[in-house]
Design a protein around this ligand. Sequence first.
Ligand code: SAH
Length: 430
Amino acid sequence: MCLTIPGKVLKIKQNTALLKMQNGVRRIDITTVSGVKVGDWLLATVDLAVKKINQNEAHEILKLLGGRKNLILADQINPKIKEILKVASQRALTKKEILTLLKTQGKEKEALFSEADIIRKTYLKDFICIHGIIEFSNYCQNNCLYCGLRRENKRLRHYRMTIDEIIKTAKYTCNKIGYKMLILQSGVDFGYSDSNLVKIVSEIKKCCRCFLFMSVGERSLEGYRKMKKAGADGILLRFETSNKELYKKIHNINPTPKTQNFKSILSDRISLIKNLKKMGYYLVSGFLIGLPRQATEDVANDILMCQKLGLQMVTFGPFIPCQNTPFASKKAGNMDLVYKTIAVSRLLMKNARIPITTAMETQDLKARHLGLQRGANALMFNLTPKKYAKSYEIYSNKIYSRDRRLEKLALFSGKKSWKMLEQELNQKFK
Ligand code: SAH
């Protein structure tokens, strides 16, 4: 369920092996893997061997997660930026400091990336977690200006998976492929009643040992309470932007009587997110970068909002124009700003999970590699059945991101993988 940095076996003594890692040596228990020899490459949790891999696979992972140079101490860095990067490890940054970092270029920007990478490694070690997402319906009652699922997009080929289909896909994802972190996402679709969602959650939790996130938009607190009771572990609900004027402008234009519960008011969304956290959900939220009329200062506020909400996972991505929406001809969010947002978010939220999102990968084929070296620590792979995946068109040319080689290296079953998940969730390896 997590990809870890491989190490080479230096020495074996009874049930333990000394692993040579990129930056030092580590002693691990090898009772969980049979036939380990000196010279083998191993993936391991903090203290337990997970599996043997071959040299090519080891090099592939090392290339993906490979080390960066520590640039913060380099002489040529502007002293003001150097100072901000240094204090980031001791105290929270101010909005002004965040904005300065979001505007860095050249060597200063590289220093920011390098510091974020160091913090990610220090706090989260080399655990790159892979989440699976199943997009089970593209019906949405809302009419957000930026989103291809909007109610008034009559060109969208609609689909709604049946309850059985959703459960079957989840079973395949968890029990056959080995995912342990599953996200079920849809538009705001009341075609599924609360009891339908409860049934989906409880059936999946009955037959799959997984950490289940729901991403179904604004619904009643009562509905969310019932899903929690049925076993849902987390919620993914972005606040989209912390600028309340912008929020109002881009959301729910022309509400219908049916959509009255969605008031396009930012404070409603924020209060729902806070309530979900109080309910005990593991909370994932975030924002869009590069919305029309969004300023860099708004992005600084968005990062601060994530920090204030105490999110366990922060998710954001570039706005990408979608055909057949009012924003079809707008400019996409800038990836340079996205990478800086990853890095600054890491400086502020050292323990948070920060995934490389599909929108990032759609905009930059190197996003996986670059993002993981600039503070991100998770990947999101799409497990929506092929016949539907293309129709979940929140933006144009969305890529279907799934890497079966990485899946093979990162997903494994049994006790080891649960131990790793627990370590991940509880940050026990801090
Ligand atoms: N119904 C759920 C899921 C919405 S779609 C909910 O309301 O939370 C998931 C995310 O896609 C949204 O939160 C939004 O941030 C993102 N998204 C929508 N349109 C987009 C676009 N044009 N470009 C990039 N991301 C977009």
